[in-house]
Design a protein around this ligand. Sequence first.
Ligand SMILES: C[S@@+](CC[C@H](N)C(=O)[O-])C[C@H]1O[C@@H](n2cnc3c(N)ncnc32)[C@H](O)[C@@H]1O
Length: 372
Amino acid sequence: MPAASAFKLRQYVETLSALQHVWRLPAFAQQQWPWADDQSTLLQRNQQRLAALPDIVTSLPEPASPPVPFWLTAGIGGRKLEQIQAFVGQIPLSQVPLLEWCSGKGHLGKLLSFQQQRSVTSLEWNAELCAAGRLAAQQHQLPQTFIHGDALAAAGFAAVQSHAQVMALHACGQLHMQLLKSATATGADAIYVVPCCYQLISDEHYQPLSAAMRSHDFPLTRRELKFIVQEQVTGGQRIEKLRHTEVLWRLAYQIWREQQTGSREYQPLRSVAKHYFSGTFSEFAKWAAAQQGLQYEAKNEGKILSAASERKQLVDAIERVQAPLKRPLECLLILDRVCFLEEQGYHVDVIEFCNYDMTPRNFLLRAHRQTA
Ligand SMILES: C[S@@+](CC[C@H](N)C(=O)[O-])C[C@H]1O[C@@H](n2cnc3c(N)ncnc32)[C@H](O)[C@@H]1O
């Protein structure tokens, strides 16, 4: 019932609005503890509020699809393969041709077309990925074809228009939002979508999909959307160490900048590849200073780094208070999608299609158009 989802959405909006002084705060920009209460009081109080929120999951996952022959899974990483098999398990058997949106090499389409003996068209804008996928489909004589095209342009809309069923695994923000808009506009019978990277949108601010969400005053910036998907623990030890260095060096640079310019205003640096953090701090600081029109000369680096280490403890403590709010914020974004689909006449199941450890983006929306 649309009313039930809209009601859930309202509860999330109200609770998260009451807690916005916690999650909207950029932890990195703080120089002192920002709240009147201490960490454990805040954690406890916030937890009580969050515990009152309704579950957004509406259905338990079906079992993952049975294993496929090893030759079909060549080149698919272990985790990705598990995600794909879990996803395929949620798609009802059918002979209706399916569109795979932003497919990469089309591994999902490949397994699904094998297991359901079903024709799949995979849309992808990277020519190399299309070529690799096409080759695999030919080798295995599967009914899978590729469209090399831009999902956000006319090619994308045309592909949706010619399919009654569509699916997307981990299509980033604007891409899966566009799929939801186009597929509902063309009256697709079934829509299977696992959203990810909510921050990759074309506007500075989030543009809600549903009328239900638009009826609330709940703005979200790209930075806030990114906060939602930034995980506390991601990879192995090496990744963790690099992440530690990255935070420390960014803070050290910020402290140097404050000393240099006399301004305490926080000026974020853009995201960069991890290899920037395997050289020396001096090299990083030179690069960072150049980005902001300054010139870096190494001086007192030991002192700056130890001040950064202290500030990192503050940032870590702030982030520990913020972390439990990420999943509820993601639930709110999922509810926006659910309400939108329901407003367009669909019945929607929200399924945690695989474990969070396998991928934190583990909400699958399974929508079927309701017939009058
Ligand atoms: C996160 S990957 C997901 C790939 C695949 N669905 C999976 O789960 O492994 C997103 C894919 O979308 C493709 N992509 C990004 N923008 C696109 C666009 N405008 N049109 C078509 N494909 C796009 C990328 O090249 C990439 O292969």
